[in-house]
Design a protein around this ligand. Structure first.
Ligand code: CIR
Length: 254
């Protein structure tokens, strides 16, 4: 069974980092309810939830994906490019040390998990405002000995690589081609987001099912037309904090 580490939504979520969206009022109790429904969905898809306690003073701590990369052989604790998020990592390291040997991204490297798309033994690593080449090179030094190859990719106009592209089936990616060069993924079949839904490229593939936000109906229909089975989740409030479905969990095999 897969483990999904999550973290309760912080009471200070309203003060989250925002890069591309204007600040709007977030309903905290609704955000918490969405998060619990998201966890329930992960349980239905075969995960065991390990929820870390709330970090009241760390607004973005619910977006736990950004703090680590877990692979079969080890876990890498990131160094978020957003300095307000660096205090999120120690509690994640403490949890992950029960399951994996840990490695750390050190200055001047920065890295956030939202920039990492792992498909088999190939890791696509977004070069973004949050993740730099120094961070990606450190990651490479930890992963290469285990047979992983790293492909750095520049993104534009979005927060993370996985805002622009994510995996929806073994050889199928969901992509917003305005935010990342589609040719970088030439080996894959690509489903494009509906042009009216630029934020719709973040999907979470788990056990052959895709968790996908209910807010992007046109793209959702494109996925269904392609024969991809979708579990819709409402993340309206979390999306106001620029959160998506991949970023609320760290999923790995025991
Ligand atoms: C941030 O800007 O860091 C948060 N407000 C949102 C992080 C979303 N993370 C992700 O998609 N991996």
């Amino acid at each position: 069974m897969a483990i999904a580490i999550t973290r309760e939504v912080s009471e200070s979520l309203q003060d989250c980092q925002l890069t591309y969206l204007p600040r709007s009022s977030i309903n905290l109790s609704r955000a918490r309810e969405e998060h619990h429904q998201y966890e329930n969905c992960l349980v239905r898809l075969g995960c065991e939830i390990h929820r870390l306690p709330e970090e009241p003073d760390l607004p973005d701590a619910v977006f736990i994906e950004d703090t680590a990369l877990v692979i079969g052989e080890l876990a890498v604790i990131t160094r978020p490019g957003a300095s307000s998020r660096r205090a999120e990592t120690p509690s994640v390291a403490k949890k992950l040390e029960n399951y994996r040997d840990l490695r750390y991204i050190n200055p001047p490297g920065t890295l956030e998990g939202g920039d990492l798309l792992l498909i088999g033994r190939v890791l696509y690593a977004g070069i973004s405002n949050r993740s730099n080449l120094a961070g990606i090179e450190q990651l490479q030094s930890y992963l290469s000995p285990h047979g992983y190859s790293i492909r750095p990719i520049k993104i534009r106009d979005c927060l993370h690589l996985k805002s622009a592209v994510s995996q929806v089936a073994e050889r199928v990616l969901l992509i917003n081609p305005n935010w990342v060069e589609a040719s970088a993924f030439g080996d894959f079949e690509l489903v494009e987001v509906d042009p009216s839904e630029p934020f719709g490229a973040n999907a979470l593939l788990i056990n052959h099912h895709v968790l996908y936000p209910l807010g992007y109906q046109k793209t959702l229909h494109r996925l269904e037309k392609r024969g991809i089975e979708v579990e819709g989740v409402d993340i309206t409030e979390l999306a106001k904090a620029e959160g998506g479905v991949t970023c609320c969990s760290l999923i790995f095999r025991r």
